[in-house]
Design a protein around this ligand. Sequence first.
Ligand code: CA
Ligand code: CA
Length: 195
Amino acid sequence: MKNYLLQEYNVQKQSGFTLVELMITIAIAAILMAIALPNFSSFLVQTRVDNEISQLQRLLLSARNTAINAEQNVTICPLNSSNTCDDNWHNEISVFIDIDRDKVYEPAADERIIIVKGAIDNNDKLQYGQDSIIYTPTGSISGGVSASPFMYCPKDYDDKSRGITVSTSGRSYVSSDTDNDNIDEDRSGNEITCS
Ligand SMILES: [Ca+2]
Ligand SMILES: [Ca+2]
């Protein structure tokens, strides 16, 4: 009898998880997933926005540097199917030497493409108040800049929106969270929000 009890005890000891232990494990895993998943998606969105903003900043810098170094007018804009600037900034954005500053890319007139950035995520927004920015050989802007900055707003995460302000001197400034509330402001202190 004593041996039998001991044997039964051993069997139970060896069986690994009891049902209660298993349920607790699953419950903890479920809680961890519930905490981790939204953080993970938010991290992915943040990465996407940061990546797009740095690509756009690189595009603006290349446009300005090319204008200065090549001593040519350089236009940055989304080109439509007739190689003309339009304001669909969520599409591919091109930087090209625009000798006659007419916001039309004309390879036949020796104009050439410098760099192109791919279209953004379909559900996100990228807005700017003008259809183009034209850099002159001095590095400054011809034809003015939009009063509001470039604004990149990811779908469902408005607070993760970021922007770039281009000044008429040709310099550009990436937005930052100047008042530490986890939302980016432009240089004038206005929060970045798309319309
Ligand atoms: Ca042209
Ligand atoms: Ca802020």
